[in-house]
Write a new protein. Structure first.
Length: 67
């Protein structure tokens, strides 16, 4: 599967995922498990919600290859 999560997007997902998990732990709520989703998409580099819309936050190589 082609990656569609770029650098800044990845870090935002990591911070958000950890924050949700911590809040769930502090509040003693199972809702904290939702934080696994942004963490998983950050580490896999693919966001299924971006696919139908053709969104990608990855940088694209527009230059020619140098030998």
């Amino acid at each position: 599967m082609k990656k569609n999560v770029g650098g800044a997007d990845k870090w935002v997902r990591i911070v958000l995922g950890v924050a949700i998990i911590v809040l769930g732990f502090i509040g003693k709520s199972w809702w904290g498990l939702i934080g696994i989703i942004p963490l998983a998409t950050a580490f896999m580099g693919v966001c299924p919600a971006y696919l139908p819309f053709g969104i990608s936050t990855c940088k694209t190589d527009t230059g020619s290859k140098k030998n």
